[in-house]
Design a protein around this ligand. Structure first.
Ligand code: PLP
Length: 439
């Protein structure tokens, strides 16, 4: 009998024993095409020797030194390469062990910044519906995924949730994409005025929404307008790039394509690429200096933050993304995937929308293409697709998201940046089969 506490408590999943390139292999020898990297983690694929050797080498040298006493070379090197390639203004890197730790730290840093600046009345975060920022209490409070939040209501912090930027569902007939982008962003200003801008510390959003909405890209101009509004009311902009960052959309940071820089950025997943558990929060010198000139101490921390072997892994991953020219490859293979999705599913009776950037793609499934009505949640379509795909040897990431209080289904695809054309063909064939079976 297993003593593992699995996520799905009624069923123990198969045992993974090895990984090679775009494939995972279980103990029976079955191969799975990893078309979602679990959840957008495996950007380099499995078994990358360079990253493995970097982690091993660091373990030989120094496995752990507590950040309350020491910094380490891999942590310094990782911070340097991230800042050298980050959007302008981001100047400091706070290393943690994953995405929720990064977003939780971002919320707490935003709060401490305002306390140190002498504006302790700023305690509210404005975030968006249909978003996910992690599972710890602060991050879960910011997220707008009703399913994930449902049981924890009494524990959650009071935060605002405005509508996401969701062209497929919320753009009105006759409205241009730019007009809609501006209107969607103006919802932030309306909420600021409703709650009192002087009480708000930050606005938090995913540049391209991942798990809850299936690679939902912003309308043109949306984030520029968001940035303007944040600046007008002195509110910090936190961009959660945990899923969409680290090259997933074709640029190291997804927000580069929207022409904005945040005050705080969160990254994880692709930063460790599955080789090590690591995440990071990047912030501006303006924020960092407020602490330097104030208390001199960030009142937050984790034992394993800045872990040397995790940082060595992260440094090797970023080096590989940049040094192997993988960003242009994400763009070309992303287009190749988008073309295949359009060919196979563009006219599909139950595909409402195909969207995404780079190798971050989403398919929204609907009962009725005309009315955009989602399937009845009781059908459990996302779960059925996941199961059918897995049986066929395909790992993808189907999820239900909440649409106007009703569940909608989508499939998220986030394959390794090294994926080949023949593997894209395999992905499309297996996904098509799984969707047909699940419908
Ligand atoms: N933020 C976003 C946008 C995510 O997609 C996730 C995970 O899916 C998280 C935060 C939380 O990251 P982790 O699961 O590493 O804690």
């Amino acid at each position: 009998m297993s003593h593992i506490f699995p996520r799905h408590t009624r069923q123990l999943p198969p045992m993974a024993v090895s990984g090679q390139g775009c494939y995972l292999i279980d103990e029976t020898g079955k191969q799975y095409l990893d078309a979602s990297g679990g959840a957008a983690v495996s950007c380099l694929g499995h078994g990358d020797r360079e990253v493995i050797e970097a982690v091993k080498g660091q373990l030989d040298q120094l496995a752990f030194a507590h950040t309350g006493f020491f910094t380490s070379k891999p942590a310094e090197d990782l911070a340097d390469i991230l800042i050298a390639n980050a959007p302008a203004g981001l100047d400091r890197v706070y290393l943690v062990s994953g995405g929720s730790e990064a977003t939780e730290a971002a919320i707490k840093l935003a709060r401490q910044y305002w306390v140190e600046k002498g504006e302790p009345q700023r305690g509210r975060v404005i975030a968006r519906k249909q978003s996910y920022h992690g599972n710890t209490i602060g991050a879960l409070s910011a997220g707008g995924n009703e399913w994930r939040r449902a049981q924890f209501g009494p524990l959650l912090l009071d935060m605002s949730h405005i509508d996401p930027c969701y062209e497929y569902r919320l753009r009105q007939p006759g409205e241009s994409a730019e007009e809609y982008g501006r209107r969607a962003a103006d919802a932030l200003e309306a909420e600021l005025l409703r709650v009192g801008p002087e009480t708000v510390m930050a606005f938090m959003a995913e540049p391209v929404v991942g798990a809850t909405a299936g690679a939902l890209t912003p309308a043109p101009g949306y984030f520029k307008r968001i940035r303007e509004i944040c600046d007008r009311y002195g509110v910090l902009l936190i961009l959660d790039e945990v899923m969409c960052g680290m090259g997933r959309t074709g640029t190291l940071f997804a927000c580069e394509q929207d022409g904005v820089a945040p005050d705080i950025a969160c990254i994880a997943k692709g930063l460790g690429a599955g080789y090590q558990p690591i995440g990071a929060m990047l912030c501006s010198s303006e924020i960092y200096d407020a602490l330097v000139n104030g208390s001199g101490f960030f009142q937050h921390g984790h034992t394993y933050m800045g872990h040397p072997s995790a940082a060595a892994g992260g440094r090797a991953v970023v080096g590989a993304i940049l040094g192997r020219d993988l960003l242009p490859r994400v763009k070309t293979q992303g287009e190749a995937l988008a073309d295949r999705l359009a060919d196979r599913f563009g006219q599909h009776a139950h595909v409402g929308d195909l969207r995404g950037r780079g190798l971050f793609r989403g398919i929204e499934l609907v009962e009725d293409r005309e009315t955009k009505a989602p399937f009845d949640p009781a059908k459990g379509l996302a779960g059925k697709i996941k199961k059918a795909a897995f049986e066929a040897g395909l790992i993808c990431y189907p999820m239900s998201g909440t649409i106007d209080g009703r569940q909608g289904d989508h499939v998220l695809l986030a394959p390794p940046f090294i994926i080949e054309d023949t593997q894209l063909d395999e992905l499309i064939d297996k996904l098509d089969g799984a969707i047909s079976k699940a419908l």
